[in-house]
Design a protein around this ligand. Sequence first.
Ligand SMILES: [Fe+2]
Length: 129
Amino acid sequence: MALMQWDEAMSVGVEELDAQHKTLIDLINQTYEAIERQDESQLPRLVEKMAAYGETHFASEERFMRESGFADLEEHKFHHARFRSTVDDFRRSVKSRTDLTRIFVFLSRWLAAHIMEEDMRYAPHARGR
Ligand SMILES: [Fe+2]
């Protein structure tokens, strides 16, 4: 069974964004499984998946915030930019260091601190539309 499972408590009230958040949970599980198998060869693939996640998801989420008039869009974009720059750091270190655990910790923290805190700020806004 996967380590982490999506839960209604994680819903931001927008189907498309929830579906994308589920892919982040998949990514956390895949990273965890690679750590368990001690399969460091998965590292570049996982980093590329994180980058693709950021590209697709942040664009959708920021579009939703813009269209629905969410007031804290600019501050939220700053958090997304930090995710992107951390993924860039991982990309640069893929060749020199292998570190699945750092990716796992980063993504798990992102789920807890970003999705469950920052994204939840627009959830009532989404439901109230
Ligand atoms: Fe977000």
